[in-house]
Design a protein around this ligand. Sequence first.
Ligand code: MLT
Length: 334
Amino acid sequence: MTTTISYVRRTLLASVTGLFAFASTGVAMAQDAYPNKPITWVVPFAAGGPTDALARHIADRVARELGQPIVIDNSPGAGGTVGAAKVAKAKNDGYTFLVGHMGYMGAAPALYKKLGYDPVKDFDGVFRFPDTPLVLMVRNNHPAKDIAGLIDYAKKNPDKVFISNAGVGSSSHLIAALVASSAGVKVTMVPYKGAGPALIDVIGGQVDGIFDQTNTALPQIKEGKVRPLVVTSKVRLPQLKDVPTLNETTMPGFEASTWYGIYAPKGTPKMAVDKVQNAYLKVMKDKAFTGKMAEQAIQMLPADQYTGDALSKHTESEVTRWRAVAARSGLSLD
Ligand code: MLT
């Protein structure tokens, strides 16, 4: 007798479980009822920068697919690690996600002795954004006419070249540090809460230059507010035909872009993760949508690299890669 009842109970539970997903908080979530309230994406940089701009562009379309607003919560600090730690500890109920990137989800374990989270263990990958190359820009009245001129200027004025960035471990910091160490020059890094405010001070002439991502750099270049010297893509960008690459100038073989992805706190119901991923994968089939990003020199990826699983694998390999880069280049927090 007992076996039958337990058998019936198990089958019933199984079918009910199929319909509901259980967060590790034990809260039942009907598959078709998710999401039933606004979702939060934490952007660990100040508003107005490249991460913020790209996240808002994608959130707008994904929200329409999901039928619920996606609220951007700007939580800047320490090169993005403050926002990442916040999401690592957030409720894993499918309503809080991290806009992660190469710096605080790839390089940070190699740079920060005490990091309040583990990019691999504390998160589930949801989906990956396209990549964004960077441009080195200087203030308009800067004496350097090209990258060789800037390196020469830095050699003659050690520590007197002020390069702004979005905080230690941000991509604007990492790339500037790698280029400076490869050129054998000492520059003074000036950290801000994001590339947005960091770029404003280049335009204002308070600092000498910045490596910023193309989506927010191109408009300022087009308006002649700053002068581009080099780009970090392997080949020249169609939007900046006259601007050479580091690869063809001072750093043969060098190539870098900021990679991004949406992450969920570990243990978030797979049903919710899949629903958000699938909404994005659908949006990325819209040529008008991806075309707008391509105009900003954002680099589209092969479709199989946009999934949550692909992002998790990429994060793991990037944590390993940046350990080697840091060891080889002597990259450190100071
Ligand atoms: C960076 O890492 O430099 C960021 O992308 C900065 C930002 O988005 O504000």
